[in-house]
Design a protein around this ligand. Structure first.
Ligand SMILES: *Cc1c(COP(=O)(O)O)cnc(C)c1O
Length: 380
């Protein structure tokens, strides 16, 4: 099976993990500091603070930026539950702007939702593509809004506004399937000294000096082992991102003739780091059959995500959640699927993926009545 994600761990990871095991120091220490320095470098950010996972990074960043009850935050409905869960825990109200054709939050839609209680924007750099940060920063400046960027999928990406995480406050995840993994791990990057101070306090029980507490904190510490797993990957991140971009280009060239697919494109002046290579299947085609057909041919496809983030039982009942109408995002969740694009793929794997997709689409097309085929051809 060609898997949708595959951690890139080499002998250097093994060496560093062994070094930690033999050092006798397992919890947050010098290895975590090295990890933080590499994260700051990755994002071209003045500061990086490591935490236990990407969700904890979101929680901590919201708290450090003073976003909580009484605030209304605008985010995207096309994201992982962690984004929404963090906002709910913070006690904010949540509104959803629609996405553009690039799958990221649409600045015009954001504008249309801004009201008197709006206090922050939470864009998600989905699939590794930064949102339009130039426009979002302009909007934030105009209305005095804070921005927290969910960069869980966008290690090393950049836009016209610079490297993701360089400015303001951004959170990254190092979960097992992310572009850089620690098994579990997270980091907040920021250019704000006071955010750093707050994050360092709350990740360790609010302790400013041994057994002196200056705020109510918790345990968000990363272990030395997690840092040791991630460090060698961060050192090779540029090569991994080059490989992902090359794989995406091969897929795009190979799938160009598939008439039932809309392939992903990268807007000008943004660097996509291809966490996922996500296509849209034409309406009327059976996505489940396509994904099952790919699995039969040894290709694992993923659906990110099968529903709008708020469209699940616990959120539909919540009075913090405002289910705004987002037709573009609603269309995406019905039609999207993602193909493997990770740096572990060989040329032969890419050929297999392209062949499998073409083959499955042909098979599935020939099963449908002629009439419905004709009816769909005119659709956009
Ligand atoms: C993975 C992910 C998170 C959460 O990160 P964890 O490390 O799994 O807690 C948050 N937001 C998005 C968009 C993600 O993909």
């Amino acid at each position: 099976m060609i898997r949708i994600s595959e951690p890139q761990l080499g002998p250097e990871v093994e060496r560093l993990v062994l070094e930690v095991l033999r050092s006798g120091r397992l919890a947050q220490g010098p290895m975590v500091e090295r990890f933080e320095a590499l994260c700051a470098k990755m994002a071209e950010a003045p500061f990086a603070v490591a935490v236990s996972n990407g969700t904890a990074a979101l929680d901590a960043a919201l708290e450090a930026r003073g976003i909580g009850p009484g605030d209304e935050v605008i985010t995207t409905p096309l994201t992982f539950a962690a984004t929404l869960n963090a906002l709910l825990r913070a006690g904010t109200r949540i509104r959803f702007a629609d996405v553009g054709a690039d799958f990221t939050i649409d600045p015009d839609s954001v504008r249309s939702l801004i009201g008197p209680s709006t206090s922050a924007l939470l864009p998600v750099h989905l699939y590794g593509l930064p949102a339009d940060m130039r426009q979002l920063r302009e909007i934030a400046a105009e209305y005095g809004l804070k921005i927290i960027e969910d960069a869980a999928q966008a290690h090393g990406a950049s836009s016209e506004a610079g490297k993701v995480g360089a400015e303001g406050t951004a959170t990254f995840s190092f979960y097992a399937t992310k572009n850089v993994t620690a098994g579990e791990g997270g980091v907040v990057t920021t250019d704000d000294r006071s955010v750093v101070d707050h994050l360092r306090l709350i990740r360790n029980q609010g302790m400013s000096e041994p057994y002196r507490y200056s705020t109510v904190g918790q345990n968000l510490r990363m272990t030395e082992l997690q840092a040791a797993v991630a460090i060698p990957q961060l050192e090779r991140l540029a090569d991994f991102n080059t490989a992902r971009a090359r794989n995406a280009a091969v897929l795009t060239a190979g799938l160009a003739e598939c008439e039932d697919l809309t392939l992903p494109t990268t807007p000008q002046r943004r660097t996509h780091v291809w966490h996922q290579y996500t296509v849209l299947l034409d309406r009327g085609r059976d996505r489940d059959a396509v994904v099952a057909g790919l699995a039969k041919r040894g290709v694992q496809a993923g659906i990110y995500y099968p529903a709008l983030v708020w469209d699940h039982p616990p959120y539909r009942q919540s009075d913090q959640v405002i289910p705004d109408r987002t037709p573009q995002a609603a269309d995406v969740v019905e039609r999207c699927f993602s193909l493997p694009v990770h740096p572990g793929l060989q040329e032969s794997d890419l050929a297999i993926i392209i062949e499998a997709v073409s083959d499955v689409l042909d098979k599935e097309r020939s099963r449908r009545p002629l009439q419905s085929r004709g009816a769909e051809r005119g659709r956009v």
